[in-house]
Design a protein. Sequence first.
Length: 343
Amino acid sequence: MLIVQKFHSIHDIDSEFIPSIELLLQEDVPSFKNLIEKHDLAPAGDVFTYFLFFGPTQNTPIGFAQVCLHALPGEDLIPWHQKLFKFWKKDHLHWKQLTWKVGDGNSGLFVFDPRFSRSGKEKIQELVKEYELRPEVKSQEFYFIKGLQDFQSGWTTENKWVKDRFVLEPLVKSSKTYQDYLESLHQDAASQIKNSWRNLHQKCQVELGDYHSAKETPQTFPIDEKILKRWDSLGVQILTFEKDLKILGCLMVQKGKNGNIFFEPFPFEPAGEAIVPDELYTQYALLKFFEMPEARKCHMLKFGTKLVFDEKEDLKFFQEQGFQFKTICHSFLSKLASVNKPL
């Protein structure tokens, strides 16, 4: 039987549990600091509950989940005639939407140590049922990994939808060197990448920069000082594309647990006028990744989260470079006819 401990702020989670949480989420976020940042930047009205799960003999977490309660604009959802004849009823002012997801939803509904996956899923089902019985809850949003976390709500409503989203998975280090990795790709993809590198260096005279911290970047680095300080607090490394003392773009590098390395590109060139092609941001990340002896998995991010696509065809660019993907089901249910999508 699993034991559940609830926290209504991520800042209330005991520091002794943080290393275990980071291990559980090692393929989703670089560090616990990233979770804190998402919590602190959430809309003011959102109320979170974080669930830590413990086994019968463990004093460290073996599972993690979270739910967000978001206030629905009840005053705007009630027809004027109902307001007129039922002006004394104020229940609609407390209507809520639930969102069940870990982080940005790319981990699905929950994360458990594989040894507790079955009992963890059962415990999550119990928690969801408890929340579904609350009278103020009028809509629900779920994210779950297709085939692993498939979930059925206890609600019966016609106002619902489900759609798949495709999440880019990390590239696993299966080659010893970057050159070996290139040789493992399809010949057409490998030739395109080599030609892009050759053109960048020989024709465009672009140089690669590598800075151990955000503070070491050049004065011409076109990033706001507040962002640089935030990056520095996260302990990130910066890779750059440079030409004539101008920074054309960069990659933020963050080392996670157990060899999980996270890269996020930031192009600075105007759209349609870029010297550095898109594939070289990914390839520069991989070049650095293969130089790191401790690196096991290369994760590509955008806006601080894994890359998500609505269509499988859009994954082709990354699949040609050796990346895989997983399918996340995004579902929504509502008891209100006027609420047909997440708010």
